[in-house]
Design a protein around this ligand. Structure first.
Ligand code: ADP
Ligand code: MG
Length: 978
């Protein structure tokens, strides 16, 4: 480790410096680097000074320790007692290089991060540290802040309840701590909502370290950050269908119970084949059927059921499988989370018209319409539109129903969600954390709300959205740290281009990981867990019990209460309090039950005498879907060379085992060992089988995340284009250049529509021009025939710009600038939000198309591209449309009108031949808007243009002359109250 040696040498040398001498390094470097204009050159410089800079930080830490520096962190008194270990220096180097450092729990990652944060903050462009919750952000900022402020760097911390002004201050600091969602939402607000620089709080994305990077980039990868408002349209019919679906589910459950009883009879008569077949049917219709679950415990029966299932999935039996499904009302696929109605089910829901739940064959219908000789082209279009509409209605209905079925059959209260304050709150399946405010998409949330009879919240419209992944991709350099990244190294590499480096521990690990104990049923498993806890508790050894869900935590808690064993339960709800509880989990005799995110980031130190008892004992009550989460749990004990032990308990009823277990092999094993009630299995190679199941799920979940990201990538590119444009406009000294760019691009596009074709459509063009710009154009004046299409376009552009110059020359320059920004931003925001809505719909839509054997992603990409091209064109057109319809103030508008002496300001004017009777819009300022304006001022009398003004009422005194020029008093003219 030459670099580490070098750092230590320098640290040794720096001991002779005064405090100020050490601090001076910071200022000098900052100044030096600020003179380097190119960011890449800046990075190079940082690489060069790394050993010195790290040594400065380490040396500062040493000084704080030597002095016994005391301070408070989250209102708790603390003493500084850390100087960077060599492995921590190593971790710091990895982080500086933009990689993931895997360092075990308790290795001091918080301190490791100070090294690269200090170094990268020297650019003055901000360095961010991302934590998993607000409490940790504050704790680490206050704690590590000791070091930064000693060295002359400022540190800030983003908290959920901060106002924009406070946030801006925090971002302005050299180093900023905060959670991923606060960073992400600030980005969305800055780029999607703020209309001036002053309103924005962030200042760029230079370098970020993500703590617990696996949790943030992998576990949270499936739910994007969304800022939303109420949608304008709501189409759901969940209320309407709920009673029928409830009946249908009940009918199906009765049917499945009957089938299960029949199956049991068959098994008793030794007709194993029929029994297996029947039970497979139950599995299709009610995967969580109690009798089914019980039968699966029996190796023989389990094998019969698996065999039946396998045989049905052979190609030759497709038809039979279909028939089997048709004997049910609907089928549920637990693995893929899908629900499908059968013919019977459709008839039940709508006896009069079972076809109400199948999509019509549009292609066929369209062909028939096309072939129909009796229809005129218009009639054909009309008919097609009708059929399309019909198809959309059907699709919506099918969607509603399948979401309700999923809500009833696959989503269980207190497992996937809880009810709180009359709301459905999602429980994260990975972490057991409640996620208030987040909603399942695609109407599923509403379906669950309908099922639970709570208020069905209005479908909301997305105003801005980004996935956490894509937020982090904004950073020029990204790094991460966690105790558990190795198992997901491939995903980090493929998706984020982040390589994982394993850092050795500071001291040898002394943890013993026992083999899994495997039971037939959950009940037996939990009994064994309680027994183990009791034994440890009897000798005062502390125990940390990990669960995968809130429900399991509560069950265990009840069992422990019965045994009169005092304990704490943590659900990752109150971060600060839970951190305090977890910190004490190593005290003698403590029992702590925790879902896996609870208290993450908090160190568990062993209490007095606990080392002699074997340290902290970790008990896992279920294997998690991802091995990573299990490793995380194990890592909670045996930190920094402490002793510790861990063991997992598994049952065949666990979801992992049911859905992904090597069922066949397990069944054989159970037989061979002749497992009795309450008996357990334990063997090295059983761990392997469990691991195989986990790998399978990991692979599947990876594909799902990848897919989500593939979809989001499309959006991400679009978002970048739109947000960049938006920011350019916000920052522009001369927003008019952007206005002119729009004119230069949009006018030719529109003009082309009129010039192209066999005969140029000059009349139409003049009509468009005159309804959009106050040019008062006539055929005679335009002389289009004398020029080429290109020249004509140029002619129009000149005229429009000319008129615009005139209009704005009467206004106050800064007011004009903000008006110009407003015109563009307003167009972008309004249409972008509509676009997001349409993209949501498209995303749902392509899945329906997925049934037609097309790849939804490809469909989505193609259509999304077309929609985006259209969006950009629409924004520009909207800008054109508003160019002359907005004015920064009324006075300016009057001034403008006053410079048009030749033009009639009239209440009613003759309508020009080419003009715009149909485009007239009546509005509060009435006649005032009926002006014609022409920069050349030579076309008096032959035009009439409507210019709707964007403000509702002019600010004019009631007795003053009306601004419309009628000569009447305002109150008797336009200001008359109707
Ligand atoms: P991690 O995030 O890696 O799990 P933490 O940053 O929470 O670990 O640190 C764990 C504990 O180790 C903390 O109590 C911290 O004070 C201690 N620690 C970290 N680095 C050092 C060090 N160099 N010397 C002494 N104690 C340290
Ligand atoms: Mg930590």
């Amino acid at each position: 480790m030459p670099t580490v040696r070098r750092i230590n040498e320098l640290d040794e040398q720096f001991k002779s410096l005064s405090d100020d001498g050490l601090r001076a390094r910071t200022t000098n470097w900052k100044e030096e680097i600020s003179k380097i204009p190119d960011p890449h050159e800046q990075w190079k410089k940082l690489d060069e000074i790394l050993p010195e800079a790290f040594a400065v930080v380490k040396n500062a830490a040493r000084r704080l320790k030597d002095r016994g520096q005391t301070f408070t962190v989250c209102d708790q008194p603390m003493v500084w007692d850390m100087v960077h270990f060599d492995v921590q220096l190593l971790g710091g180097i990895v982080l500086h290089r933009g990689r993931i450092a895997e360092m075990a729990t308790g290795e001091g990652k918080t301190l490791v991060a100070t090294l690269p944060l200090y170094l990268n903050a020297l650019t003055g462009r901000g360095a961010h540290l991302v934590t998993v919750n607000d409490y940790l952000a504050r704790r680490d900022a206050e704690w590590m802040g000791q070091l930064y402020s000693f060295l002359g760097l400022t540190v800030g911390c983003i908290q959920h309840d901060q106002e924009p002004d406070v946030r801006r201050e925090q971002y302005a600091m050299d180093i900023t701590y905060g959670t991923n969602s606060e960073f992400g939402f600030d980005y969305l607000r800055d780029n999607g909502m703020a209309t001036t620089r002053e309103q924005q709080v962030q200042r760029g994305y230079c370098y970020a370290i993500v703590d617990e990077v696996d949790s943030i980039l992998i576990d949270e990868a499936r739910t994007p950050l969304i800022i939303s408002g109420p949608a304008t349209i709501s189409t759901h019919q969940y209320d309407k269908w709920k009673p029928l679906i409830e009946q249908l589910v009940r009918k199906q459950n009765m049917l499945c119970n009957r089938l299960a009883s029949e199956a049991i009879e068959k098994f008793e008569q030794d007709d194993v084949e029929t029994g297996g077949r029947l039970m497979f049917k139950v599995k299709l219709g009610q995967p969580r059927n109690k009798q089914l679950l019980r039968l699966m415990e029996d190796p023989d029966k389990r094998r019969a059921i698996d065999k039946a299932e396998l045989s049905f999935y052979q190609d030759t039996r497709k038809e039979e499988l279909f028939q089997l499904k048709e004997e049910l009302f609907f089928t549920i696929d637990e693995k893929s989370n899908e629900a499908d109605l059968s013919e019977q089910g459709r008839i039940f829901l709508n006896p009069d018209d079972p076809n109400a739940f199948v999509l019509p064959d549009l292609i066929n219908e369209f062909t028939e319409i096309d072939l129909d000789q009796t229809l005129s082209p218009e009639e054909k279009d009309k008919k097609k539109a009708e059929r399309q509409q019909h198809c959309d209605t059907q699709a919506e209905r099918i969607h509603n129903i399948s979401q309700l079925l999923r809500a009833y059959c696959l989503f269980e209260k207190d497992v996937q969600y809880v009810i709180e304050d009359n709301k459905v709150v999602i429980v994260d399946e990975f972490t057991g954390r409640k996620m208030p405010g987040r909603r399942w998409s695609d109407g599923l949330h509403q379906a669950v709300e309908a099922k639970e009879g709570v208020q069905i919240d209005r479908e909301t419209q997305t105003l801005a959205t980004i996935t956490i992944q894509n937020y982090f991709r904004l950073y020029q350099k990204l790094a991460g740290m966690t105790g558990t990244a190795e198992t997901e190294a491939a995903e980090f590499h493929d998706i984020y281009k982040l390589d994982v480096n394993m850092i050795p521990t500071n001291r040898p690990v002394r943890r013993t990981d026992a083999n899994d104990r495997i039971y037939k049923t959950r009940r037996e498993k939990y009994n064994a867990v309680i027994k183990e806890i009791k034994e440890a508790h009897a000798k005062s050894q502390p125990v940390l019990v990990g669960t995968v869900s809130v429900e399991a935590s509560e069950l265990l808690s009840r069992m422990l209460k019965r045994e009169k064993i005092p304990h704490n339960v943590l659900n990752a709800k109150f971060h600060m309090q839970e951190a305090e509880i977890v910190a004490r989990a190593g005290q003698p005799g403590t029992v702590t039950i925790s879902t896996n995110m609870a208290g993450r980031g908090t160190d568990i130190k062993l209490g007095l005498g606990v080392t002699e008892l074997g340290g902290l004992m970790v008990v896992g009550t279920e294997r998690h879907e991802a091995r990573r989460i299990d490793r995380q749990l194990r890592g909670r004990c045996a930190r920094q060379g402490d002793p510790g032990a861990s063991r997992f308990y598994v049952s065949f009823e666990d979801d992992l085992m049911r859905n992904f277990g090597a069922a066949d092999r397990m069944t054989k094993i159970m037989e061979r060992f002749g497992l009795e009630e309450g008996q357990e299995l334990e063997h090295r190679w059983l761990n392997k089988s469990v691991e195989t199941a986990q790998k399978r799920v990991e692979q599947r979940n990876y594909l799902i995340r990848k897919r989500t990201l593939d979809f989001d990538d499309v959006m991400n590119m679009q978002r970048e284009v739109v947000y960049t444009w938006r920011n350019e406009v916000i920052d522009a000294e001369e927003p008019r250049t952007h206005i002119y760019e729009v004119i230069d691009e949009a006018v030719p596009a529109r003009a082309k529509e009129y010039f192209d074709g066999e005969e140029p459509n000059y009349t139409g063009l003049i009509h468009w021009v005159n309804t959009t710009f106050p040019l008062g154009l006539t055929k005679e004046k335009a002389q289009f025939e004398t020029r080429s299409a290109e020249e004509n376009t140029q002619f129009l552009i000149e005229k429009i710009k000319n008129a615009y110059e005139r209009k704005s020359s009467h206004e106050e320059p800064t007011a004009v600038k903000s008006l110009e920004r407003y015109i563009i931003l307003n167009a972008i925001d309004r249409l972008w939000q509509e676009h997001l809505y349409a993209m949501d719909a498209l995303r749902e839509g392509v899945y329906l198309r997925g049934y037609a054997q097309k790849d939804p992603l490809i469909e989505y990409k193609t259509e999304a591209y077309d929609m985006f091209v259209e969006l950009m064109a629409n924004i520009k057109n909207e800008v054109l449309n508003n160019l002359f319809r907005s004015t920064s103030n009324l006075q300016a508008f009057e001034n403008f009108l006053a410079t048009l002496p030749q033009f009639l300001l009239r209440e009613e004017g003759p309508i020009a031949p080419t003009a715009t009777a149909d485009a007239r819009i009546r509005h509060p300022v009435g006649a005032m808007a009926a002006v014609g304006a022409d920069g050349d001022g030579d076309g008096a009398g032959d035009l009439s243009i409507d210019l709707p003004i964007r403000r509702s009422l002019p600010k004019v005194g009631r007795n003053e002359p009306c601004p419309c020029g009628s000569g009447k008093k305002y109150k008797n003219c336009c200001g008359r109250v109707a």
